[in-house]
Ligand binder design. Structure first.
Ligand code: VOV
Length: 248
C-alpha cells in the first residue's frame, strides 16, 4: 500500500456563507436596523479581540454573485468553539435576516512533503505560523473545495509517496511565483466535509486568482488529479464598512 501522506494539523476552520434576505431587511425601521447591526458588529469585535490574543483568527468578506452575500471564515483551537460561534451568530437578531447558503468544515493543514525538520513540527515557529495563521485582511478572497482524483491511472491515493512529493514540489514552484500576490490557506476536510480540501486564497488584486488558478490547471498535480467544487469570490468587509454595506 502506498504510504499515506502525513499532515500537520492546526486550528479548526468554519467557512460560513450567508445570503441576506434583503426584502425583509428593507422592511425593518432604520433605528431598529442600527440596533441589529450594532449587535452583529459587537460580535465581530469579539472576533477581533480573540485574534489579537492569538487564540484564533477570522476573515469577513462580502461575496459577489448569487451564491451568497457574506462569508465568515473562523479559525479556533477546537470544533466546540466553532460550534459556539455558529450558535451565537444564529441567536443574534441579525441572523434572522440571513439565509444559510453554504458552509465548510476543515482544519488548517500542512503536508509533511516539504517539512525537513526533526522532532515535533509544532515546536517550529515557521510551522506554527502556517497552521495557526492570522488570516490576511487583503482586499479579495477566493474559496473553493477540491478533491484529488481516484480514477484508473490517475489515482492520487495509489501513487508512491515519492511521486506525490515530486508533484507537490512542482505545485509549490508554481505557487511561489505568486508570493506577495496571493496568500493560500489550505484546510483539510477528509472526515469533516464533502470534499478533501478547502482552498482559501487572499489577494490585493482579484485578477491574481484567475492567473494563479489558471496556471495551476497546467501543472501536473492539478491537470491530472484535481477536481473542484463551487468557487466563491468576494471583497473584504471591514468592521467600519458593515453599516454602509447594510444601508438600504
Ligand atoms: C499561493 C500559491 C500556492 C503555494 C505557494 C502553494 C504551495 C503548496 C505546497 C508547498 C504544498 C505542499 C505542502 C503543504 O503545504 O501541504 C501545497 C499543498 C496543497 N496545495 Fe498549494 N500552494 C499554492 C496555491 C494552491 C492552489 C491555488 C491550490 C488549488 C489547486 C488548483 O489547481 O486550483 C492548492 C491546493 C493545494 C492542496 C489541495 C494541497 C494539499 C495537497 C496534498 O496532497 O497534501 N494550492 N501547496
Amino acid at each position: 500500500m502506498p504510504e499515506p501522506a502525513e499532515t500537520i494539523d492546526g486550528w479548526y476552520c468554519l467557512h460560513d456563507f450567508r445570503s441576506i434576505d434583503w426584502t425583509s431587511w428593507k422592511r425593518v425601521p432604520e433605528d431598529e436596523r442600527h440596533q441589529i447591526l450594532a449587535e452583529f458588529i459587537s460580535m465581530v469585535e469579539d472576533w477581533i479581540d480573540n485574534e489579537q490574543k492569538e487564540e484564533g483568527s477570522y476573515a469577513l468578506y462580502s461575496i459577489v454573485g448569487q451564491k451568497a452575500d457574506l462569508m465568515f471564515m473562523l479559525l479556533r483551537p477546537t470544533m466546540q468553539e466553532l460550534e459556539r460561534i455558529e450558535k451565537a451568530f444564529n441567536q443574534t437578531r441579525f441572523a434572522e435576516y440571513t439565509i444559510p447558503a453554504y458552509s465548510y468544515i476543515s482544519v488548517v493543514e500542512l503536508g509533511k512533503y516539504m517539512f525537513r525538520g526533526e522532532g515535533d513540527p509544532l515546536e517550529d515557529p515557521s510551522v506554527r505560523e502556517r497552521v495557526f495563521p492570522i488570516l490576511p485582511k487583503w482586499e479579495h478572497i477566493c474559496f473553493y473545495p477540491m478533491d484529488k482524483k481516484r480514477e484508473g491511472d490517475d489515482n492520487w491515493y495509489m501513487m508512491p509517496a515519492k511521486e506525490r512529493g515530486q508533484l507537490m514540489y512542482g505545485h509549490g514552484m508554481v505557487g511561489r511565483k505568486y508570493s506577495g500576490y496571493v496568500k493560500q490557506v489550505i484546510t483539510g476536510s477528509v472526515g469533516f466535509d464533502d470534499w478533501e480540501w478547502g482552498v482559501t486564497l487572499f489577494a490585493h488584486d482579484v485578477i491574481q486568482f484567475k492567473k494563479l488558478v489558471y496556471e495551476m490547471r497546467f501543472d501536473e498535480a492539478s491537470a491530472r488529479f484535481a477536481q473542484f467544487g463551487a468557487f466563491y469570490v468576494g471583497n473584504v468587509l471591514e468592521k467600519d464598512a458593515i453599516a454602509d454595506y447594510f444601508q438600504v
